[in-house]
Design a protein. Structure first.
Lengths: 254, 265
């Protein structure tokens, strides 16, 4: 999948973030190439989600630079970020569906908000997006009546309906059964292959990683400990990387 | 002693920071309105929510306050032989103070709490972040429709409250206490001026602004899950109510220069 000379779509340089006295990110450098899927691994609570939120300006870093499609975004204000956010969609961990709207209106929301008034066109697009995530027939359900996996799939339909160039997935398979996880993995793959979407997937699910990754990065103690292809990951001699890949823990008392 | 000053100094700084955030929200909202980022369907929905559905509580408040106020004024004025002055006193008090303040307090309790809770819940469940991620400014989508709806609804609610109060006052005074109906009405009309009505409407709009910005701010800054939303909602009602009562005093003092009280010719 990796092209001969891929162009970077997202470049992060020396990104630092801290909440109070706790340093979450301590100078992260990362490049995501156009049309590729980067899987960002890391321990729970290790700042992966926080990192992801920086990429569309939901959080401002303490220092560092973020280039999205060549544009530096850390100095942009909320309104200047809007074109970036149309280019880069995000799937939130629990979906973050609008609970005052049914499934149909949730998926139609980005279309209506960005000027589409033709209801026939909206309906076609919504149905197509719902079909893509296997959620046809649930249009009139309210988010509270959906299971976690269904909510994620509807949120994914909402995130892709405006055809962003890139999608950020925050733990797309966490808490889902293996079958639904697999269908989401396939979907991520399909979006990449068919629509050439660039993707960043934050996860700690290794099965998912092997399935979808072009490149892998491991975030460890606020820095990128590993960055490379799946083969590089398998051949890595770094014990931190291997512990994560194999799921090993050490009891300090031993 | 240092601890004492530290404590109050810190409180004062927090207050200043809070005011700064409020001003920022007002600025952002007005900017968004002037840029024409207005969602009319959401605004209509909010008018229904804020205005239409608040009528019952505002009418009951106005009516019973007007009735009880008329009765008390009557008991006091009877000994002076001034029963016919009950009408104008009730009307002017309702227009200038009771109408706007009571409407403001009831709307703060009913609508301010709902706004803060709804926006706060959206905030702690990442729905505000989702809005932002979908390139929709939360102020455009949430605060602007509520602000416009409040500006339209509040004067109407105040007017409703005042008229129901005057009518109930009339009913109490004439039906139960034996004041002559025609005197009551004639004196009420004679001593009620346009400036009293303007003052009522003006105060209504200002209180509406206070409620909407204080409540939306609490919602947008809600954190720490359900507990935080609950705390924010309580604070929205308490702060709005206090802001209404305190600002009312200053409004009365300043507006009295523009809309002087009393009968002039």
């Amino acid at each position: 999948m990796v092209e001969a000379s891929p162009k970077p779509f997202i470049e992060v340089r020396n990104l630092r973030q801290q909440f109070g006295s706790q340093e979450i990110l301590r100078g992260v450098n990362l490049t995501v190439f156009k049309g590729e899927t980067l899987v960002l691994l890391g321990r729970s609570g290790g700042g992966k989600s926080v990192f992801l939120r920086h990429l569309i300006g939901l959080i401002k870093p303490v220092s560092g630079e973020i280039f999205v499609d060549g544009e530096e975004i850390t100095h942009l204000n909320e309104r200047q970020l809007e074109p970036i956010r149309i280019k880069v969609g995000m799937l939130f961990q629990d979906g973050a569906l609008f609970d005052s709207m049914d499934v149909y209106d949730n998926v139609a929301f980005p279309l209506r908000e960005h000027g589409q008034t033709d209801e026939k066109k909206i309906q076609d697009d919504v149905m197509h997006a719902l079909e893509l995530v296997n959620m046809l027939g649930h249009e009139t359900k309210m988010p509270v009546n959906l299971s976690g996996g269904m909510r994620k799939r509807v949120a994914l339909a909402r995130a892709i309906i405006n055809h962003p160039a890139c999608i950020l997935y925050d733990e797309p398979t966490a808490g889902l059964d293996p079958i639904v996880s697999d269908s989401i993995n396939r979907l991520i793959r399909r979006l990449q292959r068919q629509l050439h979407m660039t993707s960043i997937v934050v996860t700690h699910d290794m099965t998912s990683t092997y399935h979808i990754a072009d490149r892998v990065a491991l975030l460890h103690e606020g820095k990128e400990r590993f960055y490379g292809t799946l083969d590089d990951l398998k051949n890595s001699t770094d014990t931190v990387v291997q512990d994560f890949v194999l799921g090993r823990s050490y009891d300090k008392a031993e | 002693m240092t601890a004492f000053f530290n404590y109050f100094g810190e409180g004062f700084l927090h207050f200043l920071a809070y005011l700064g955030e409020l001003v920022e929200l007002v600025w952002e909202t007005l900017g968004s309105i002037f840029r024409g980022r207005i969602r009319w369907s959401l605004t209509l929905h909010q008018i229904l929510e804020i205005g239409f559905r608040s009528q019952m509580v505002v009418i009951v408040t106005g009516a019973f306050t007007g009735a009880v106020f008329a009765a008390q004024i009557f008991f006091q004025f009877r000994s002076l032989g001034m029963e016919s002055a009950v009408g104008p006193v009730v009307a002017v008090a309702l227009f200038r103070e009771l109408g706007p303040v009571l409407t403001g307090l009831m709307v703060a309790g009913r609508v301010g709490a709902a706004m803060s809770a709804e926006i706060g819940t959206m905030n702690v469940t990442q729905q505000i972040a989702a809005l932002r991620a979908l390139a929709v400014h939360p102020v455009d989508y949430l605060v602007v429709p509520r602000t416009l709806a409040m500006m339209i609804s509040m004067p109407l609610l105040v007017a409703e409250c005042v008229f129901c109060g005057i009518f109930a006052g009339y009913f109490a005074a004439v039906r139960f206490l034996g004041v002559t109906g025609s005197y009551y009405m004639v004196n009420t009309l004679k001593f009620t001026q346009m400036q009293d009505i303007f003052m009522a409407l003006y105060k209504g709009v200002v209180f509406g602004f206070l409620i909407v910005f204080i409540s939306c701010h609490q919602g947008l800054h809600a954190k720490d899950g359900a507990v935080g939303v609950g705390k924010g909602t309580t604070e929205a009602v308490v702060v709005s109510s206090l802001a209404i009562l305190i600002s009312n005093f200053f409004l009365t003092m300043t507006l009295n220069i523009i809309f002087p009280a009393g009968h002039h010719g």
